[in-house]
Design a protein around this ligand. Structure first.
Ligand code: IMP
Length: 202
């Protein structure tokens, strides 16, 4: 029996690589919208929570493709910035930010003078699996760390260069395999795996 198909509700290359690496052997053919030949209309990430945003993205992708769809919504929460950027991580700093590099620089500027013990932060991810007809499952993953004093490392994406693990390396200094094993997305996806394995039989 061929594997059933699963639509990814994201075009973010960093997330696509991680999701395919982590769930590649869970018994589903994981397709990006581009691989399936559709373009997903951008979903307004106006929800107040990662869960709301992840479900909206997966519902839209399931409706557009007619396939079960998997979405992720994630972000970094910096305690000294009252939990910001949080759900607004992708657009933190507004339209004047050109890229992730600018957003990292903005966080570092806003934390100038804040000593390491007070630079606590976490990455959080919620993944939503939605079946056409809108049966919904969600799982969450969290990793704790600190905001670095300066960017470190060239792997990963987004805020990886400024997020320090307990061993002092940033997540941009981990190999892709290492990051997949310990990341917030890795934890959320690993929690989803038994469900995917069970549901593929239905
Ligand atoms: P969204 O989930 O598409 O709303 O985007 C979340 C944003 O959080 C991304 O654009 C990244 O900037 C950031 N982010 C999420 N996961 C990671 C990660 O694993 N490493 C670094 N940054 C991340």
């Amino acid at each position: 029996m061929p594997n059933p198909r699963l639509m990814l509700a994201t075009g973010n290359a960093g997330k696509v690589r991680e999701i395919k690496a982590i769930l590649g052997d869970a018994g589903w053919d994981i397709l990006t919208p581009r691989e399936f030949g559709i373009v997903l209309a951008p979903v307004a990430e106006g929800g107040r929570s990662y869960t709301e945003n992840a479900i909206s993205k997966a519902v839209a992708a399931a409706a557009a493709s007619g396939l079960p769809a998997l979405a992720d919504d994630s972000g970094i929460e910096v305690d000294a910035l009252d939990g910001q950027p949080g759900v607004t991580s992708a657009r933190y700093g507004g339209p004047s930010m050109r890229d992730d590099h600018d957003r990292n620089a903005l966080i570092l500027r806003r934390l100038e003078g804040v000593p390491m013990p007070r630079r606590t932060a976490r990455f959080r991810a919620v993944v939503a699996l939605v079946f056409p007809g809108n049966r919904v499952f969600t799982r969450e993953g969290v990793v704790e760390g600190h905001v670095a004093l300066a960017p470190q490392g060239a792997n990963g994406f987004g805020y990886d260069p400024i997020f320090l693990r307990p061993d002092g390396r940033s997540t941009a200094e981990l190999t892709p395999d290492e990051k997949d094993r310990i990341s917030h997305r890795g934890i959320a996806l690993a929690a989803l795996r038994p469900l995917l394995e069970e549901l593929r039989a239905q």
